[in-house]
Each structure stands twice: as C-alpha cells, then as structure tokens.
Design a protein around this ligand. Structure first.
Ligand SMILES: [Zn+2]
Length: 114
C-alpha cells in the first residue's frame, strides 16, 4: 500500500516527460501522438501525492499513538513506583504521600515542614 503512491507519481512523471519530449521534438507539420499523456500524467501525479499523503498520515498517526501509549505507560509506572516508595506521611492525617509532594493529596495540608 505504501509503495502505490510513489509508483503512481513516478508513472505520472514518466507520462509528462514523454509528452514534453514529444511536444518539443515533434515536427511542425506532424501531429503529436503522445500529447494525451499530459492529461494522464497530471492526474496520476495528483492521485499519487494524494495516496502518499494518506499513507504518511496513517503512519504518523500510528507512530503518535504508540508514542503516547508508551509515555502514558511510563508515566503511570513512575507514578505507581512513586506511590510504593512513599515513605513520607502526612503530619495532619497520616496518609502516605510522595517524597516530592508539597501538599497532602488526602487532606491538602502543607508538607513543607516535614
Ligand atoms: Zn493529610
């Protein structure tokens, strides 16, 4: 699927190249035989870019989803580890809190003086 776009673009460029070459080398009194390739090549390039864009967009979306999932997993893992390592307890309510916490997440009292 991801090769279709570039192949169509390449085919379109070939069509335009043949048409251009024919257009500039044809004798004045001769009728160009491959002039129609202009009308084939241009849409081919357009659709090729369209397909390539769609393919890249899907790929980008997948990468972003994976990155976000990894970051979420790392963040939640870090939070869980932080909770397990919590050796500080709130002086007000005794709730276990993270070492880096400035306020108790249970009662909201300041932990600065602990
Ligand atoms: Zn507390």
């Amino acid at each position: 699927m991801k090769f279709i776009g570039p192949i169509i673009i390449f085919a379109g460029i070939c069509c335009l190249a043949i048409a251009c070459y024919e257009f500039f080398t044809v004798e004045f009194f001769e009728e160009p035989q491959y002039f129609w390739l202009f009308f084939v090549g241009a849409p081919l390039i357009f659709f090729g870019f369209l397909l390539t864009g769609v393919g890249n967009y899907k790929k980008l979306k997948e990468i972003n989803n994976e990155e976000i999932r990894e970051q979420m997993a790392a963040a939640s893992k870090g939070w869980a580890e932080g909770q397990l390592k919590a050796e500080v307890f709130c002086s007000n309510c005794g709730h276990p809190v993270g070492k880096s916490f400035k306020f108790c997440n249970e009662c909201g009292s300041s932990l600065q003086n602990n």
